[in-house]
Design a protein around this ligand. Structure first.
Ligand code: HEM
Length: 452
């Protein structure tokens, strides 16, 4: 979808509209249009399209990411800001440093399953952020399997037209003895509720640990949020956060193979600052190039290229255009990342575009919006600081530990990964599997990882 939208953007410009059997789908293609429609007018563009089966029946309307704009969603965002904000999110730095060590150790011991290592990392960071507890060493652990099954089931029910009740919402009040889809959906909700409440109580019993659940509990009373809502928000946040970081790191390693000069610059800076010890957050100010590398990977391959659909809750206008109430609005992040007037030579991975001539990080070259890859307006991704911190520490650790080389085929020739090969998982878009070879850069990496 994002590639097709990009083609159409060239034809139609900064905003375009499709008619989906009567529903207007408005695609916002430029940062300037997003700043007006999704930010300035966000009081009327922060709704969500209705999802009866996935959001209302299977999740009891308890997942904030699915809620439309209104009091329950606003209350939750205000409360969770206290956990997600940049200062509070620094409480998770020791955990994120530990996870970067586990990543390097895992890849050193067995580099053949890159995707699995990154998925373990992302699962463990997201889990520990939400619930606390020790690292998840095996992504197939039972409790994680149940969570992943929940995510998959809800994602598949959220596909347009997946359930009859989303095509004909007036069927929702039917009794369960007539509507087996409703019976199954409600049973799914009951089982998931037991599971989320159990995770919630386990986390809440360890008050001393920093976690989303514990911090939310401290503010929940103030905002009048019941335990069940905190429990479901945590589960929903897992679904929202788990795939994206792993996806970005998959893109990052591919970029390191394809752009060895940028990789070398990053490694030189890391070596100068950290020498033979793995990077820490305390090195951040001295690693501006690594910072720029993270910004540039998010631009070069934004993991959620079309954003998450918004819905207009009132009529609004943009220039001469009317966007009617009920229209679905898509934030075309991919197109914004490839605007040649902002990012010349946009196809190239070039971290220098984020640096001043004396090598310091500068505000995005994009004059209107610094964080557009996390979307716009009131629904902007609340996990962006957690994600940016993970990406920074993991990218620095990878650069410190490995050289990234092209793998060789059976004929001994190097294989160059394709730059535009993707797997589209619905919202997040990963690179298709690609061959790689990781070469340890430190003679004593075996001794170092033994302490991780
Ligand atoms: C590189 C990593 C990530 C990227 C690029 C990303 C991007 C996005 C985008 C584009 C949206 C849609 C916002 C909108 O509706 O306009 C979103 C929503 C969301 N993200 Fe992230 N995300 C990332 C990581 C995370 C993490 C780590 C968490 C939590 C631990 C998280 C939690 C959420 C939640 C809860 C929402 C729904 C917000 C709402 O509807 O109010 N994200 N994210």
């Amino acid at each position: 979808m994002f590639l097709k939208f990009d083609e159409w953007r060239e034809q139609y410009g900064e905003i375009m509209c499709l008619n989906l059997a009567g529903t207007r789908l408005v695609v916002v293609n430029s940062v300037t249009a997003a700043a007006d429609i999704l930010e300035k007018q966000s009081a009327v563009t922060s709704g969500r399209p209705r999802m009866v089966m996935a959001a209302e029946i299977m999740c009891g309307s308890l997942i904030p990411a699915f809620m439309t704009y209104g009091l329950p969603w606003r209350r939750f965002r205000q409360a969770s800001h206290q956990v997600f904000n940049i200062r509070a999110s620094q409480a998770f730095w020791p955990m994120q440093e530990h996870e970067s060590e586990l990543l390097i150790r895992g890849l050193f011991e067995d580099q053949s399953h890159l995707e699995r290592h990154l998925s373990r990392l992302s699962t463990s960071v997201t889990w520990r952020f939400l619930y606390g507890g020790p690292a998840i060493r095996d992504p197939d652990e039972d409790k994680v399997k149940v969570m992943n099954k929940f995510v998959l089931s809800v994602a598949s029910a959220a596909q347009p037209g997946a359930s009859i009740v989303d095509i004909f919402p007036f069927l929702k009040p039917l009794p369960t003895w007539v509507a087996s889809w409703k019976k199954n959906g409600l049973e799914f909700f009951k089982e998931s509720d037991v599971y989320f409440m159990d995770l919630f109580h386990q986390a809440a019993n360890h008050k001393e640990e920093a976690s989303f659940v514990n911090s939310s509990l401290q503010v929940a009373a103030e905002f009048g949020i019941p335990d069940q809502e905190v429990a479901w928000a945590a589960g929903g946040h897992f679904a929202a956060g788990v795939e994206t970081t792993a996806t970005v790191l998959m893109h990052f390693i591919k970029a390191m193979i394809l752009y060895p000069e940028a990789c070398k610059k990053g490694q030189e800076q890391v070596d100068q600052v950290c020498g033979n010890r793995i990077p820490k957050f305390s090195d951040r100010d001295q690693l501006p190039y690594v910072f720029a590398m993270v910004k540039e990977i998010l631009r070069w391959r934004p993991p959620v290229p079309c954003g998450v659909p918004h819905a207009a809750t009132e009529d609004l206008t943009y220039g001469p255009y009317l966007i009617p109430k009920g229209a679905i609005i898509m934030d075309n992040i991919w197109a914004m990342s490839r605007d040649p007037s902002v990012f010349p030579d946009y196809d190239t991975y070039n971290p220098d575009r984020y640096l001043t001539p004396d090598g310091q990080v500068r505000v995005s070259p994009n004059p209107v919006d610094e964080v557009y890859v996390y979307s716009h307006g009131r629904r902007i991704c609340p996990g962006r600081d957690i994600a940016n911190h993970s990406l920074f520490i993991d990218a620095a650790a990878l650069l410190w530990a490995f050289d990234f080389e092209k793998a060789k085929g059976p004929d001994g020739k190097e294989i160059t990964p394709g730059t535009m090969d993707f797997v589209d998982n619905g919202l997040a878009v990963q690179p298709a599997e690609y061959p790689y070879h990781l070469k340890p850069r430190r003679a004593n990496l075996d001794e170092l990882v033994a302490h991780f």
